[in-house]
Design a binder for this molecule. Structure first.
Ligand SMILES: NC(=O)c1ccc[n+]([C@@H]2O[C@H](COP(=O)([O-])OP(=O)(O)OC[C@H]3O[C@@H](n4cnc5c(N)ncnc54)[C@H](O)[C@@H]3O)[C@@H](O)[C@H]2O)c1
Length: 435
């Protein structure tokens, strides 16, 4: 596999194309969005993501983009599909965009004599590949999967804000394979693109489909467990959830990642994957209650935190949100708890200002322009209550800014400033403390 095509140049696909090109593969990227295609051809990031610009530059000699899927398939030995699979009315994921792409890939395969490997990276529910996607490829190519062409389901376990880092240093690769030869080819490709020696976990396609959504269901359960301990600790005088969870994380069976109190999970993947897990289990006739409970608890946190803010802040206070995206290092505000809380506080009559260090291009559609502050300094000047919407290290600058200041309050759901001396005249509110 020397030449690969990547269909879908969005948040994940543009990074995959850039990384593969930087590792010496000849890459053709495809997107329906002409602006994304033009950006890639101009060696400019079509989306905001750390290191994407650098990797586009590194791979510039090997990377081109087009809107023509068939041409890209005919010019490559392998195709990665990374188009959206949004939630549909049932709570599951629609595969209609993937199927549309597969019609085009199928048509191209019907004209191709050499072997081709098709890899689906987009998240789909168990059964989707065997029941819907592979049949579309076979129908439009007139060929047989596993014999005339290979197919793998191989989702990436990346997080927005660290996509390039995660692609280069994954904990493992997951491959669901139509046949051993398809899995062998993809394993070989992955060992050439990653910087570490990540193990390759190979299995049946349905196992890989279930593994993908199970991983997110487990991580969200862990996050929610930590948030539940924080809420319980607030009802027990003297209890401190931060210390409790730091300690629990030292037990190897638990581990220290994703077990800290905070705002709850958001973003384009975690919330929808839980809902989809639940739908999938029900549609297969089985009772899997954990994702439902996790989802409901996570939703409830918006009201809980808005209540906590309104208990601490007075009505005339000016609340400055430091961070509004669903996590650090991204401007994405989809399912952001910080955004939902800001909207709730505005509806309650509070004056709110917002500064998102990763940029305001996504929040512009959600909040009035005049409350968005490009400069953190401006926001600090105009507000007297600071709400840390994300645990961005840039907000540690509050230590210096608050020196000598009077009547300021910091609400820090993440505890990033808990060991920082903020001065006696600053009220510091942290989550998970029973007072
Ligand atoms: N973003 C994440 O954090 C993340 C993490 C893991 C998995 N995923 C999964 O990856 C998939 C893609 O996610 P994303 O965040 O990159 O989406 P995205 O919306 O940022 O990008 C998808 C791109 O596909 C393009 N596209 C749609 N139909 C097309 C077609 N027929 N031909 C060519 N291009 C087409 C769109 O124009 C868009 O640019 C989804 O299934 C998602 O669940 C995303």
């Amino acid at each position: 596999m020397k030449k690969v095509s990547v269909i879908g140049l969005g948040k994940l696909g543009s990074c995959m194309a850039a990384v593969y090109a930087s590792k010496g593969f000849e890459v053709v990227g495809v997107d329906l969005n002409q602006a994304y295609v033009d950006a890639i051809n101009a060696i400019k990031p079509p989306v905001t993501e750390p290191q994407l610009g650098d990797y586009l530059l590194k791979g510039a000699d090997n990377l081109q983009a087009t809107t023509d899927t068939q041409k890209a398939v005919l010019e490559s030995d392998a195709t990665f599909i990374i188009v959206p699979t949004p939630t549909d009315e049932t709570g599951g994921f629609t595969t209609k965009y993937v199927e549309k792409v597969c019609e085009e890939i199928g048509r191209a395969l019907s004209k191709k004599e050499s072997y081709h490997l098709v890899t689906l990276t987009s998240t789909v529910l168990p059964g989707s590949c065997d029941e819907k996607i592979i049949p579309v490829l076979e129908q439009h190519s007139g060929k047989v999967c596993g014999k005339d062409f290979g197919f793998c389901y191989s989702p990436e376990f990346i997080a927005i804000g660290s996509v390039i880092k995660n692609l280069l240093n994954p904990d493992f690769f997951l491959i669901g394979e139509s046949d051993a030869s398809a899995g062998d080819k993809l394993s070989e490709f992955y060992s050439a693109v990653c910087d570490n020696e990540a193990p390759v976990e190979r299995m049946s396609i349905p196992s890989a489909e279930l593994a993908k959504i199970s991983l997110n269901a487990f991580v969200t359960t862990k996050i929610t467990f930590a948030n539940m301990i924080a809420e319980v600790a607030e009802h027990i005088p003297g209890a401190d959830a931060m210390r409790i969870l730091e300690t629990l994380g030292k037990d190897k069976r638990i581990g220290s990642l994703y077990i800290k109190p905070g705002l709850g999970f958001g973003g384009p993947c975690f919330p929808r994957d839980n809902v989809a897990f639940s739908y999938m289990a029900q549609s297969r006739g089985c009772d899997a209650p954990i994702p439902d409970v996790v989802h409901a608890y996570n939703e409830k946190m918006v009201d809980r935190i808005a209540d906590l803010v309104s208990k601490n802040a007075k009505k005339g206070d000016f609340i400055g949100f430091l961070g509004i995206a669903y996590k650090t290092d991204t401007p994405v505000v989809e399912e952001s708890h910080a955004l939902k809380i800001a909207k709730k506080l505005i509806a309650l009559g509070y004056k709110v200002a917002v500064h998102e260090p990763a940029g305001h291009e996504h929040v512009r559609n959600e909040l009035p322009e005049d409350i968005l502050h490009e400069s953190m300094e401006d926001l600090l000047e105009s507000s007297n209550v600071y709400f840390l919407g994300t645990p961005d290290k840039k907000f540690l600058a509050l230590e210096h800014y608050l020196r000598g200041k009077q009547n300021k309050m910091v609400i820090d759901p993440w505890g990033i400033l808990k060991d920082v001396p903020l001065g006696d005249s600053v009220t510091y509110v942290v989550f998970g403390k029973g007072l």
